[in-house]
Write a protein that binds this ligand. Sequence first.
Ligand SMILES: [Zn+2]
Length: 339
Amino acid sequence: MENNLSNSWYNSIPKVELHLHLEGAIPSDALWTLLQKYGGDSSVQDITALKEKFIFRDFPHFLENWAWKNSFLREYEDFTFISEEIAKDLLNQNLKYLEAFFSPVDFEMSGLHPSKIAEAIRKGLSKVPGIEVSLIADLVRDTKIKKAEYYLDQIYEVKELGIIGIGIGGAEHDFPPNRFKNIYEKARHYGFRTTAHAGEATGASSIWAAIRELKVDRIGHGTRAFEDESLLDYLAEYQIPLDMCPISNVSTGVIAKIESHPIKKYIDHGIIVTVNTDDPKMFNNSLAEEYMNLKNIFGLSRKEIQLLILQGIKSSWQSESKKNKLINNFQNNPNWIQD
Ligand SMILES: [Zn+2]
């Protein structure tokens, strides 16, 4: 077993991630700073208590805490601050390329405008060279359709800030995806790529709906695809990538224990799988830990883990020339070839 992560091969190798929510990746110190800025919270006395707050009973409990945390992001400068801290933290873990969600809809209560949030995020990210971050606007399933369309239009106005796609996260169990059919059509018309969280809180039918109704390029999670064998065949045949987030699924109670996670089954079935952390500061996970689990629990070799990382680059929404350049950089990185 390889358990010492900080000095491990898993930590040292160059990485790519396609499924990370900026609001779920705020380093604890930075979130603590924001809590103090806004007068604190009596239920959270120190950083240890803050970390303990992020232990979840189930998926609704996770969503409840997600909203609580977001209540401490109130000004544009807060987004610049967290984005810089997140980028530094990920660069330290040798993340080279990231496609990150941000959820402007969640901050309407604070009167924040979606395009200005995007500007503030880009301002923070651009302070950290060495990691390239593309943005995906999460329109959130729970949003009323008229409002979602307004947000899509606003995001389109600032597309040049590196916003490459849209998605829907949120309460999958309460809001089926077909409501968003026209929004996704319009997003494609605007030149955005598309994804949807599906098969996380609910089952295979939700993944089918994301494919058939929303015509997504990628599926966020897709964890419960195993409920329908014909869906597994379809995903493999049409090579629709799944952004898999194993530790996240255990943390939110979607999967009972890591050993039961279907990721290996999907790889063996010929499905394109990428490995991601989702909300690393809420689940206390890292890509290094996810890779280590692939070896220790699912028996993947280093070569197989490298193939998954390269699959992440290929499944990303960069141009083909950028993908090829990144693959080349990874394969020539001294830590990549080290045994
Ligand atoms: Zn997610």
